[in-house]
Ligand binder design. Structure first.
Ligand code: PSU
Ligand code: MN
Length: 307
């Protein structure tokens, strides 16, 4: 799977990830936009450290991915992780601009799409995150559809998330995933989860209830020669969820604020997350951390099952 990395591409493995690659150990990729644009400091650093610890506990190796001063990092050491969590000027990079950040020697945090590209380049097949980007509400007017969906259609990485945030149009998001040929598998439930809530009100296209079954599904896709990614939706633990009806109130207000402030483009998702954080007095952050930890555990189990 692993393509040789060109000596011309400034790409660097952390010592831990390089050692894991050398002994063919299971590795789980992690994104960095969630650190720089998804959560405030110090909750972001706390989350980043705890998900890495959970992945190690499960017998896999974490690889947090980011562009730092033009170098694509696959795995960040403790110092770099801490620096990134307090960096304010990082770009939010996706497929359109990850190469720009490298070419122009910038610092960029990778979204789900860009993390998938980097993970595939590094031969890493499993990736844990919080929520994916999707089709925004009123996309028929704004055309705001996350590049994450296109990437899932073309890049062969298994992405473990907690469903799609209810700030999005979830039915349209599922439609686009189906069109792109992306399997959407909910872990141990018939119902597709909505990030902060376990229930989006929509049935999940597919359901599996063990990491071994997920690994077996992926191996069968490989045997058929089907490329592209797969989305695993892992519902937030019940004790950490915020009910759908309650979230809907905050989401409506956050979207109204975004309209009022004329927020567009890649600023939309970070703006809504921050607005909801404030409207819930920080409770959305606790839920967010709990679900990422939960996803890191499942992703590590899948990586181990695939190895
Ligand atoms: N969801 C979160 N926190 C985040 C993101 C999503 O709860 O930080 C980030 C992810 O990096 C995702 C990106 O890939 O937002 C999607 O942004 P956009 O909608 O602009 O494509
Ligand atoms: Mn967008």
């Amino acid at each position: 799977m692993t393509k040789p990395v060109s000596p011309l591409l400034p790409m660097e493995y952390s010592d831990e990830v390089a050692a894991a690659k050398a002994r063919n150990a299971p590795i789980v990729a992690l994104e960095s936009t969630i650190i720089t644009h998804g959560m405030p400091y110090p909750g972001n650093l706390e989350m980043a450290r705890s998900v890495e610890a959970i992945i190690r506990q499960e017998g896999a190796v974490p690889a947090t991915i980011a562009v730092i001063d033009g170098v694509l990092h696959i795995g960040l050491n403790a110092d770099k992780l801490e620096t990134l969590s307090t960096t304010t000027g990082a770009m939010k990079v996706s497929r359109a601009d990850i190469a720009f950040a490298i070419a122009e020697r910038r610092t960029g945090a990778t979204t789900v799409a860009a993390t998938m590209i980097a993970a595939a380049r590094a031969g890493i097949r499993v990736f844990a995150t919080g929520g994916i980007g999707g089709v925004h509400r009123k996309a028929e007017e704004t055309f705001d559809i996350s590049a994450d969906l296109e990437e899932l259609g073309r890049t062969g990485v298994i992405v473990v998330c907690a469903g799609a945030k209810a700030i999005l149009d979830i039915p349209k998001t599922l439609e686009v995933l189906e069109t792109r040929g992306v399997p959407v598998v909910t872990y141990d439930s018939d119902i597709f989860p909505a990030f902060w809530s376990r229930d989006s009100g929509l049935k999940s296209p597919l359901m599996l209830n063990s990491p071994a079954a997920i690994a077996n599904f992926q191996k069968t896709r490989d045997l058929l020669g089907i490329d592209g990614g797969m989305l695993i939706a892992n519902p937030v633990p019940a004790e950490s969820e915020i009910a759908r009806e309650e979230m809907e109130i905050y989401i409506k207000r956050a979207i109204d604020n975004a309209d009022r402030d004329d927020i567009t483009g890649k600023a939309v998702t970070p703006y809504l997350l921050d607005s909801i954080y404030r409207l819930t007095d920080g409770r959305s952050l606790e839920t967010n951390i709990a679900l990422v930890e939960n996803n890191a555990r499942l992703a590590a189990e899948i990586a181990v099952a695939l190895a």
